[in-house]
Design a protein around this ligand. Structure first.
Ligand code: UDP
Ligand code: MG
Length: 343
């Protein structure tokens, strides 16, 4: 789609998209997002694409688009930081009063911007996409995702809506709050729920990936789930006392049984089972220690206070390059970034 190239004085909407190895679908993505944003905001929007250390030609493709279109802001991270931190980097650079977050693979239809905007205008600060149907995802992925949301809900006080991703339209005050949260293990959809204000679900059908394959293998999904649980709940830390009580009661019951058998003049057989019991208890203790270690390790990493992300380059079209982000839009972590603005 060809649109005019005058850069807006004011930016009403920032679209934020993290990109990791998405070269094949980038042209289609930018075309559809541009069409959707332009139809509503004309030139008063920006499209922030964060290259999260892609190994394919994504960064070159993004740069080509940024060199042609002043509404496109290209951010190159120094290496792969992972989806949540790449998104965090993008959110630290927004200039718009509204922020629209979506994935680069076109699983979240950009055309829903209009309908979601109508809901925001009814007085909501966050309109999050809630998946009622997922096309092109395996039964395993759907099953594990569903199990994850249900487990999380049972452990967490914050209401984290089920079957949501990071696809959402938010007002700037929510993003400012999010950017003020310094934590490293970020489960962004949970943090947004935690922030509060008026939030509502927007049911939609999730499309299949436009091109390429998922960058969220089982390993990363488990890591995200552990991040989510540990950053929102201390329930696993209480497992130790619950298990302790359970095994203590079981021990007492077996003691009563042994004494009773002795008073009857007999002896309880099967002390070989002691070995099994010792092993079970040992494994439970190590498991509990592992859970403690998980929390302790996170505290250790958080304590270092390293920047959440490192930017190697921010590239804007020459027309747009002299427009600096609004004050407050860029957080403290930016001080450690090497920023080079093209043009
Ligand atoms: N992504 C990223 N860094 C990563 C992995 C993924 O920026 O290390 C981006 C990816 O390009 C996409 C979004 O995060 O825009 C979601 O990833 P993906 O579509 O692979 O996840 P899925 O939809 O399969 O859960
Ligand atoms: Mg996807």
């Amino acid at each position: 789609m060809q649109v005019s190239h005058s850069y807006p004085g004011s930016c009403e909407l920032s679209v934020v998209i993290p990109v990791y190895n998405e070269e094949a679908g980038l042209d289609a993505l930018i075309e559809r997002v541009t069409a959707a944003a332009h139809a509503i905001f004309a030139d008063r929007y920006e499209l922030i694409l964060i290259n999260d250390g892609s190994k394919d030609g994504s960064w070159n493709a993004i740069c080509q688009h940024a060199d042609r279109d002043p509404r496109i802001v290209a951010i190159n991270l120094s290496r792969n930081h992972g989806h949540q931190l790449a998104l965090t980097a993008g959110l630290h650079h927004v200039r718009g009063q509204l922020v629209f977050v979506l994935d680069a693979d076109l699983q979240d239809p950009p055309e829903l911007l209009g309908p979601m905007l109508e809901v925001v205008r009814e007085g909501y600060d966050v309109v999050y996409g809630q998946r009622v149907k997922r096309h092109g995802e395996t039964a395993f992925k759907r099953g594990t995702a569903s199990l994850f949301y249900r487990t999380l809900a049972s452990m967490v006080d914050t209401h984290i809506p089920r079957d949501t991703g990071d696809f959402r339209l938010m007002t700037r005050r929510v993003v400012d709050q999010l950017n003020a949260m310094p934590e490293r293990y970020r489960f962004i959809r949970g943090l947004v729920s935690y922030i509060g204000f008026n939030q509502t679900a927007f049911p939609y059908e999730r499309d299949a990936r436009y091109a390429g394959e998922t960058n969220y293998p089982l390993r990363k999904m488990i890591a995200l789930a552990v991040d989510a649980i540990t950053s929102f709940s201390v329930v696993p830390l209480r497992f130790a006392s619950h298990l302790g009580m359970l095994f203590g009661l079981a021990g007492l019951a077996s003691l009563v049984w042994v004494v009773w058998a002795w008073m009857q003049g007999g002896a309880v057989q099967g002390w070989a089972s002691l070995a099994a019991l010792t092993l079970i208890l040992g494994s439970v203790q190590l498991l509990v220690l592992g859970v403690f270690g998980e929390y302790l390790g996170r505290m250790y990493m958080e304590g270092k206070q390293r920047p959440l992300f490192i930017v190697s380059e921010v590239r804007r079209h020459p027309i747009a390059a002299n427009e600096e982000p609004e004050a407050g839009a860029v957080a403290a972590s930016e001080t450690s970034e090497a920023i080079r603005v093209a043009g």
